[in-house]
Structure formats: structure tokens, C-alpha cells
Unconditional design. Structure first.
Length: 138
């Protein structure tokens, strides 16, 4: 049996750096966004969306985050399929990543600029729109 060639440490680190950036974004959206819109009572910053629960366990922020992940679950395979069929000279993935970088950054930033600085339905609508646009590829 022949041994599999091992990937040099430098290439392992290079691949890991890509995951690092994605992990930061996922954690910011998953943790900091919750803290920003529904902070702990002793944080000294206002709530921006309601804390009313639905079905006894789900609140607005959980439903909003889940809606973004649902859209992501639908659009990811569609974009992957398009990317797999790409014949770009820059490669199959790079044109898609380049096209989506600016809109993703824009909608990521806009999530943290709600229209009202207190609990308001407008903030829920704003956050839903930004999360959906963030997860819909350009």
C-alpha cells in the first residue's frame, strides 16, 4: 500500500485561515447580534427587539437567526451548483466570492444599525431584511 501524501503545515495553516474568517462572522452573528439586540439587563444598553416568547421557548431573535440560516440552507446548494458549472478563467469559486464579498460586508454591517434605538417592530423588520440579504448571495 502506498502512503497518502501529507499536506505541509504551511498549507494547513493557509486553509485554516479561511475558516477562521468565516468562524468570526458566524460567531459575531450568532453571539454579538443577540447581545446587541437583546442585551442582559445589567448591560446598560437598551433592548432593540421584543423578548416575547413564541410557543414558550422561541423568541424573536431566535426566529430571525433561524430564518437566515434557512435561507442559507436553500441558497448555498444553488450557488454551489452554479459554481461547480463555472468555466471562468479565474477558477470556479473566486468569481462568486468576489461578487458576494461587498454585499455580504454591507448587509453584515447594516445589521448593527437599527432604525430605532428602542424596542420597535421596525427593528425586527430591519434585522430580518439584513439577515436575509446577508445570506442571499449577490
Amino acid at each position: 500500500m502506498s502512503e497518502k501524501p501529507s499536506l505541509p503545515l504551511s498549507k494547513q495553516i493557509t486553509y485554516a485561515i479561511g475558516q477562521w474568517g468565516w468562524s468570526i462572522l458566524v460567531n459575531v452573528i450568532g453571539l454579538q447580534l443577540v447581545y446587541f439586540y437583546v442585551p442582559p439587563q445589567d448591560a446598560g444598553i437598551p433592548y432593540l427587539i421584543t423578548q416575547v416568547t413564541f410557543l414558550g421557548v422561541l423568541n424573536a431573535i431566535a426566529l430571525i437567526a433561524a430564518s437566515g440560516r434557512l435561507v442559507d440552507a436553500i441558497t448555498d446548494p444553488l450557488i454551489a451548483n452554479l459554481s461547480d458549472r463555472s468555466t471562468s478563467q479565474k477558477g470556479r469559486r473566486i468569481p462568486f466570492m468576489a461578487m458576494g464579498a461587498f454585499p455580504a460586508a454591507l448587509f453584515f454591517i447594516l445589521m448593527f444599525f437599527p432604525p430605532v434605538r428602542q424596542v420597535a417592530a421596525a427593528n425586527i423588520a430591519w434585522l430580518v431584511a439584513q439577515i436575509l440579504f446577508y445570506h442571499i448571495p449577490a
